[in-house]
Design a protein around this ligand. Structure first.
Ligand code: SAM
Length: 195
């Protein structure tokens, strides 16, 4: 089933679906145009108003796009479960309530599709955000990354992510990647499961 999916993000969503439950608290660390925000909201929102999505992006344009997409695709009640922050994801621990138990932190790295290609995620802040995510994740939780390697700095960012994941202890973490061997420029997926 996974191999029939054309887009890396669709593969990521399939994995999220196996990890998430209704009522979960999740983070979209790179809201962009909001497609991931909507996908994760649908997976966690329940009828009694449980479930929560904290979204962040450094560009207000991205958060506006995300907000518009939410207006078009989810109910007002579902939208109320989303909180958007115009901040760098390395500061996620500053805006979330203390001791928030997060099941998923999702990163879709790179630049805003249709936006300024000069504004991209960077290895340094991505690493800080990964450290912050690690602390917030509950047992059974997931850090999911879609990493693009076709733009300058992309490969280096992948190496940073891989180095972070490779150093996590085997007893506490399962770290793996999904890479298209015959499409060298295709995005690479990295999944970091907390056991
Ligand atoms: N998830 C999005 C979607 O479904 O449309 C796509 C995300 S896009 C590939 C990457 C986004 O990361 C851009 O909107 C960019 O502004 C944002 N970004 C770049 N650096 C960031 C940072 N340090 N903190 C948070 N967001 C950042």
């Amino acid at each position: 089933y996974i191999f029939g999916k054309k887009k890396a993000t669709e593969v990521a969503h399939l994995v999220w679906r196996h990890v998430l439950h209704k009522g979960d608290i999740v983070i979209d660390a790179t809201c962009g145009n909001g497609y991931d925000t909507v996908a994760m909201l649908k997976m966690v929102a329940d009828e009694s108003g449980h479930g929560r999505v904290y979204g962040m992006d450094i560009q207000t344009e991205a958060l506006e796009n995300t907000s518009s997409l939410l207006d078009e695709t989810v109910t007002q009640k579902e939208k109320e479960l989303v909180e958007l922050f115009p901040i760098c994801h390395s500061r996620m621990d500053e805006v979330l309530p203390e001791n928030t138990a997060v099941r998923l932190v999702a990163f879709n790295l790179g630049y805003l599709p249709g936006g300024d290609k000069g504004i991209i995620t960077s290895s340094k802040t991505t690493l800080l955000a990964l450290e912050a995510s690690k602390k917030m994740l509950i047992l059974g939780g997931l850090i999911s990354l879609v990493v693009y390697v076709g733009h300058p700095g992309g490969r280096e960012e992948l190496e940073t992510v891989e180095a972070f994941a490779s150093e996590l202890c085997v007893d506490g973490w399962i770290c793996c990647k999904f890479q298209m061997l015959n499409r060298p420029l295709a995005p690479v997926l990295v999944f970091i499961f907390k056991r």
